[in-house]
Design a binder for this molecule. Sequence first.
Ligand code: ADP
Length: 271
Amino acid sequence: MKNKILSDSDDYLLENEPYYIETGDEISIFKAAYEAKLPVMLKGPTGCGKTRFVEHMAWRLKRPLVTVACHEDLFASDMLGRYLLKNDETVWNDGPLTRAVRMGAICYLDEIVEARKDTTVVIHPLSDDRRTLAIDKKGEIIHAHPDFLLVISYNPGYQSVLKDLKQSTRQRFVSLDFNYPEAEKEAEIVSREGNIQMETALRLVSLAGKIRNIREHGLTEGASTRLLIYAARLIGNDIPVHDACRSAICLPLTDDMKLQETLNELIDDIF
Ligand code: ADP
């Protein structure tokens, strides 16, 4: 009997095409950046398709995808790797970034500003001509595999003095601007991903449009495509439209009672 031997990188390959509707020229620019070995930054609000886009591109380019969700307790060493004790021996274990650099994967650092500041020291030499990763603990410098690509995401809406990307970091990346897709396309996405009729999807999108317009009045961010899909899925599971919109769209957006009332009025207007 023949066993299929999987290499490390096979574990990270996407078998099936991740569904993605192009909203501008992001596919050709990403492809060109990949060919030119230029790192890419995806800018945009939460839930507007950045992660799905990277998955789709990894599938298109037939590259393994390693994703790291960055958070405030993420240190550079978590991305690089560490020594672990195994049967009384210390054994080095590559972290996700090191693995991606060695195997020539696309490494997606989601919400990079959330990570500890020491991570920028690690990504700078990787994101310029050097394309190197220094592992101080091992005294090793790794030259990135020719197919390695660094991709980061960044939400300018959360911008604050403390959580802003430094110019020295941002000026190392080709940037793609993401936003909510135009109404027709967004409805198509909500209908397909949320498994509901186009007519209801269009109404959800128009509700989102109104919510996004009142953003200036206190909401930090508009309703994301992701939340519309959630509402669609609740509706598909027999939750009345008003309740579905309230639970999937209004309540996640804000704790402010006054704003909740305004949002409820918008739902009444549309459904
Ligand atoms: P982000 O990474 O920007 O926070 P995601 O990529 O997770 O957002 O998007 C949330 C969801 O919205 C996805 O799971 C997908 O179902 C849907 N989506 C958003 N934009 C698109 C698009 N252009 N094509 C297909 N699906 C999309």
